[in-house]
Design a protein around this ligand. Sequence first.
Ligand code: ADP
Ligand code: MG
Length: 643
Amino acid sequence: MAKKQFKAESKRLLDMMINSIYTHKEIFLRELISNASDAIDKLAYRALTDENVGLSRSDFAIWLTLDKDGRTITIEDNGIGMTREELETNLGTIAKSGSLKFKQELAQSEGDKGDVDVIGQFGVGFYSAFMVADKVTVTTRAYGSEEAWKWESAGADGYTVTEAAKTSAGTKIVLHIKDNAEGEDYDQFLSQYKLQALVKKYSDYVRFPIKMAMEKSRQMEKPADAGDDWKGGWESYTEIETLNSMVPLWQRQKSEITAETAAEFYQSKFGDMEAPLSHITANVEGAVTYKALLFIPAHAPFDLYTREYKGGLQLYSSGVLIMDKCPELVPEWFRFIPGVVDTQDVSLNISREMLQHTRQLEVIRNNLDKKIRAELLKIQKDRPEDYARFWREFGLLLKYSALGSYGANKESLRDLLMFATTHESGLTALKAYVERMPEDQQYIYYAAAEDASQAGKLPQSERILAKGYEILCVQNSEDELLLQILGQQEGKPFKSVNDDDALPQTEEEKAAAEKQAEDSKGLLDFVKETLGDKVFAVRTSGKLVSQPVCMTTEGPITLEMEKYFRQQKLISGMDVSNGMTAQRVLELNPNAPAFAALQRAYENDREKAARYAHVLYYQSLLIAGLPLEDPAAYAQLVCSLME
Ligand code: ADP
Ligand code: MG
């Protein structure tokens, strides 16, 4: 029996294959099962026109057998098999794909792909067996042939082909698993559970059953003649199991995918205890043909906001898992969306692991982006409570995505963004705010506060609310920045309730305000002098209704930003004493009784007026939610006024 040599370059190629193409040794099983599935597909196709095949669809199967002691894994199929010649060309020549040839011939002959979904195309997958095996034996009999052949190889130095015996068409591949080597655990593959898990992971949707006799044990039943001293015990037995689920949910008709089946699929596939808020199906034919099934989770993964988090969709091609997390299939801002995409239209590289960055991916990504957004907007409209939940879990990520890259993606996200509001809904999208605006309202109002109810209680909010207008609450500097980046909504600019011209003023009103300021100049100067560096300026205010004071700012740094910087200082110890504080403006309500009291004190008792000035200052801080530098002094001050 003469040993045939691989062609010289084949030798090197095989060596490369074995050692460097694949990152995960475990994919050998995926490759061999895919080949078995292809072989069955070919015979099943043949059976459509050739009744001699004598097998119906349900007779086809792939068998896995594990022999721990003999260190072998066997993969057997009742597919088309190979003639001696095919054995030599397909397994003796690297990068020769009989399956690709089959596909090409099929396409040429009829232009009809029938029910065939052949996976192979590169002609290298088979050799991945040598990553885990030191010897591979292939026994095969081609359909329609009386002969069977055995191909055997221990790797790079060649193979033998000898005659063999086999009763029916098909192929049986026996892998003799390598011994453990330093840093390499091959024994792991000699476990039925490992093989089961690998089938689930990579080949769950192969269209023919993958069967394995599983060793199990059970409690023995008490024999009829057993005495009272019968202690019971365990017995082992084998049970034949089909390891794969075969029909992927996403291949079914949209109408067949109910909320229940989708939830069940999602929970088992993505290991979530909770059902998703929603599922999205896509079945697209055209420039790129693909099917997709995506989910909107009810809660964020615990590590979403960490650097380690890796999002993306699962990519399948012909029911075989190609990539577990393919980030290119969804836009960055939807990276938390789990799901699967199944397509034959992306170019895989030879290891079927990574993809080239093709236009096809971009087409899929853009389509899915639209679909996900449409679904979210539907939830926002029809199920506001669910949307509020979604926003709690993922809102931060969407906000940062809108802020990122200098707002490059803001328009994609605008409609999804939510803000706390004084409106009874508590949370609103900008569009809905604008829809509720009374005709005479010119701006979208916002106030910085802890929450919407606080925002509504700010002294400067009173006049806005009195007009029947709604106020958005910006809860941190990110929110404020977000409004700046968004600029407007449907032509309506954003306006802080702190702005003097937050409500349009008539000329008379303006003139009256100016006169008021002039008349009070002496008093205002006195208050400023009394408070010194604590405030940047003291003014009479047109924004107040019933409250006597409020604190606003002038210049680029707002009170919110100041709060933020203060927190940063607490966290990082960074020195923020310079330039990071807001220029505070104390605004007094000239119509409030307190103002009149201050005025009287200023005229009659300067010492008392100074104390009043301090009280008003402290109150403005309290109302704005700002800390008092010296709460004890404030308490004393108030008490002193009671004496
Ligand atoms: P590919 O599957 O990409 O074509 P492989 O290296 O996996 O490449 O397989 C090479 C060829 O060997 C296949 O195209 C097929 O013609 C043949 N082959 C492999 N396994 C089997 C099998 N179980 N039954 C019949 N033919 C097979
Ligand atoms: Mg293959």
